[in-house]
Every structure is written in structure tokens, then in C-alpha cells.
Design a protein around this ligand. Sequence first.
Ligand code: ADP
Length: 306
Amino acid sequence: MAVAVEADKLTKQYRDKPALQDVSFTVPGGSALGLVGPNGAGKSTLLRMLLGVSRPSSGRILYDGRPLWPDPARVMDAVGGFVDAPQFYPYFTARENLSMLAELRRLKPGRVDEVLHYVHLEDDAGRRVGGFSHGMRQRLGIAAALLKEPGLLILDEPQDGLDPARLEEMRQLIIRIRQDLAPTIIMSSHVLQDIERLCDRIAVFDRGRLRYCGPTGGLGNPDGDEVIWEVRPIDMALHHLRSMGFEVWAIGDGRIAARWDESHELGSINVSLISAGITIRTVMRRSASLESRLLRYLEDDHVDMR
Ligand code: ADP
């Protein structure tokens, strides 16, 4: 059964430094929430609290209306996942590692092979985990999380450090889990395209505060087109386009993006930029990406998402 999650005024203080401040959100059962934000924004801190390994300084976490703290063991049965990176005994095989977990949780012995098969690790089940690639460890981490058929699955950067082929495998695995098991999912990621593809909701963190939580489409204009210019100097180009009445913002790597509609004439705008002394390296028109919408949303504070 999918677990609905509610965080209510969550705060985490490390000595004198707040890592999370007054964070409240809800995740409907069966939906997938993607956490994004620059390094140090508080995503892992939140995931540790949701997994019952770090206690909030104040505030509450409710799973299906039941408080997680102060006694996480009571409700953790429905929760699986990992934070930072999945941990295993390197000298034991994948099957031995999972069998120890299954025994601790009093699961039926056949469950271990079921989950190894599900994440496509059946052929490597007898190998020591110490020799596993990063991608195999990530999949084994998900297999461990699935042992109990969780109603809430928590994944910290499951795509982190994967090469493009393994990245696609991981995406497919998460899509399959959503289709087959329909748990509630909370996952963090730096890959914004993945959040857009795998999650239906997004939570944007910045310096310990939650800046946005809601449907991914709720950030700006999901269907609109935009034009991306690679220009020098950026500030001058921003100023020039704004003085012409454009909604325009910086998206990193020397690029700026403007909301676009058919009434604009790109050629004459480029001429006007060049006449103003601005160098245009590339111009591209595309539908607005989540990355661009997010950067625009955070632009007021000039948050660097990279
Ligand atoms: P993110 O996962 O978004 O990169 P974190 O949750 O890891 O962010 O960190 C949020 C803030 O809390 C950072 O300033 C970080 O340095 C601090 N922090 C995280 N864990 C600890 C800890 N165990 N002790 C002290 N400070 C910590």
C-alpha cells in the first residue's frame, strides 16, 4: 500500500548551523516527489530524517497520519531506501548480503532471489559485492529496499555516477517499480530531466529552505517555447533584451533564455543585439526545459544549481 507522507515545520540544526528550516510539504500516496537543489541545500538531511536515521530538531513527519518520530521502528516497516549510498559487506556476495537483511526482517527465503531478478542482478548474485561496479551497487541498494515491498521508497541520488547506459537502466528500473508496485517515491537527483520524466512532483531546496513543492509543471510555463542565446557579455544582453520588453534570465554556461512566442521576430532581435555590441555565439529555440524553468524560479537569489 502506497504511503502518504506529510512533513510539518521540519527543522534540523547541526550545532549552531541550521541544515533545514521550517520545511512543510505533503506527498500524496503513490506519487513520486523529486528533491532538487544545490549542494548543501538540505536534501540528504531531509532523506536521513525520512529514513528514521536522523532525528528532527523540531517538527513532525507523518506516514499515513502516523508520526515517524520519536519511535521510527513502529512505522519503518513500510519504508525502504538508502541515503548517501547503499551500504553492503564487501566480502559477502550480493545474495548473502540480501539474505542477512531478509533474515533480520523475517522474510520468506525466496524473496531474495525475486528482488535480485527484479533488478537484473540474478547472474551476479553469487559474486562478492566488493567487486561490483557503482551501478550494480545502486541496483543492489534498490533490491534491498524492495525486499519488504515498501509503501514508501526513498532514494538518494540513485543515478549518481552512472554512465549513460547504466543511467538509462536505472531510469527504466524506477519506471518499472512505479508501474508494478506503485509505492510513494521520494528521490533526490541532480539530473533534472530525470525528475521531469520519473516524478510527478518536485521540491526545490535552497540553503535549508523549501522554495517550491508541487507539480513539476507548476514551475513557470511548461508548454511554452524559449530561445537560448550563448552571448557575451551576459549582463549587457540581459539588460538589452529586458529593455525591449522580454522576459529573460541567465541559465549558466554563458547562456540566457527568453520566453518566446510567435509574434517575435528572431532575426531583427539578433541584429539589435549585435548592434548593441553583444557577441552571439549560438541561438537555439526549444520548448522550455525543467532546468531552465527552475533556474528562472530561483533567479532572484542567483542560486547556482550546478
Ligand atoms: P544536500 O544533500 O542538499 O547536499 P545536506 O543535507 O548534505 O545537503 O547538507 C545541508 C547542510 O547541513 C550543509 O550545510 C551541510 O554542511 C550540513 N550538514 C549535513 N550533515 C551534517 C552533519 N552530520 N554535521 C554537521 N553539518 C552537517
